[in-house]
Design a binder for this molecule. Structure first.
Ligand code: IPE
Ligand code: MG
Length: 252
């Protein structure tokens, strides 16, 4: 059975969740923010040590200003006031991953404050990617190799990624919202990640489905290219057999 140590999540579908209910898209982001708190609790329950959370990509910066503000508020809520107190109480360490130079000085100060205040928390580390671009991360790591005068290699680049001081490669990447792509998320780190795509919109992601995805991961036969065993173990269930997928198909 695979040990699930690091889950990464692309929380897509907030906007559609709101639109389907005739609400403004912003309300979807608010609902997504609430559900993210549940995801943290589920990780703690399962003993997952690292959770990567795709808050805002460099490409998202093209969105409407008011909506962007709402999305960014997710990261601020995690790192201030009640969010920060809750993280500390639960033993959650917060780590900002992304281009710090693009943050406003005010936001950067609050994120760095949260990093400091949670530095000794050791139950779960949340690495939140904001102002994050996957190719940009690799380019920056390569540039740092040059600045540091080290030879460019897989190891030297890996050591200079945003999450390098913590944990880089996710075991499992979950994307909600129905699209089967990574949208620039962790391209270096995801080479051996298992990918779980679900039509469920993020605010509707349930504990049952999250646990199901983690269980699915545990049953997969993972060789990292090292042997010729079948790619799916006998006891693993393939994604299309998931009960929620059948339910979604039945609903059209
Ligand atoms: C994901 O939901 C939120 C982020 C970009 C952080 P969307 O806003 O992309 O929602 P949809 O895909 O339009 O439904
Ligand atoms: Mg989307």
């Amino acid at each position: 059975m695979n040990q699930l140590n690091h889950v990464a999540i692309i929380t897509d579908g907030n906007g559609r969740w709101a639109t389907r209910q005739g609400k403004p898209r912003q309300e979807g982001h608010t609902a997504g923010r609430e559900n993210f708190q549940h995801v943290c609790d589920w990780c703690l329950e399962l003993g997952i040590r690292y959770l990567s959370f795709y808050v805002l990509s460099l490409d998202n910066l093209r969105r409407d200003k008011a909506e962007l503000e709402h999305i960014q508020q997710m990261a601020r809520d995690l790192c201030t006031g009640e969010g920060l107190a809750r993280a500390k109480a639960k033993g959650i360490r917060l780590v900002l991953c992304g281009d710090r130079a693009l943050q406003t000085p005010e936001d950067l100060a609050l994120y760095e404050n949260a990093e400091q205040k949670t530095a000794d928390c050791d139950k779960l580390t949340i690495m939140f990617q904001t102002y994050y671009g996957g190719r940009d991360e690799i380019v920056k790591a390569a540039r740092r190799c040059v600045e540091d005068g080290v030879e460019i290699s897989e190891d030297s680049i890996s050591a200079r990624l945003y999450g390098a001081a913590h944990h880089t490669d996710p075991d499992l990447i979950i994307r909600t919202g129905g699209y089967q792509r990574l949208s620039g998320y962790l391209p270096w780190e995801s080479v051996y990640s298992e990918l779980y795509f679900t039509p469920t919109l993020f605010p509707d992601l349930s504990r049952e489905e999250f646990f199901w995805a983690c269980k699915w991961y545990e049953g997969i036969h993972r060789t990292h290219g090292g042997d010729r065993e079948p790619t799916v173990a006998k006891n693993a269930t393939v994604q299309k057999d998931a009960p929620f997928a059948r339910k979604e198909a039945a609903n059209g």
